[in-house]
Design a protein around this ligand. Structure first.
Ligand SMILES: [Zn+2]
Ligand SMILES: [Zn+2]
Length: 72
């Protein structure tokens, strides 16, 4: 009865940020690459930083400012 908002069925909880994961591997990956880890992958264009390279890749795909400086 502590008004917990995290009522999902994820048995693996991150002890740092409280995020829940259904698979232990995902939690371990979160702890290793996301939670409390310095974001080491930065976008050279907009200087945003990301914790994982695939997230940076996703960002580069999402925002087309990397491919061309076309329409403003
Ligand atoms: Zn965490
Ligand atoms: Zn960018």
């Amino acid at each position: 009865m502590d008004g917990c908002l995290f009522t999902d069925t994820s048995p693996f909880k991150c002890f740092r940020c409280g995020r829940g994961y259904s698979v232990q591997y995902t939690l371990e990956r979160h702890l290793r690459y996301e939670c409390g880890v310095a974001k080491q992958f930065s976008c050279e264009v907009c200087l945003r930083k990301f914790s994982r390279r695939d997230i940076l890749r996703n960002h580069e795909k999402k925002f087309s400012h990397h491919s061309s400086h076309s329409t403003v």
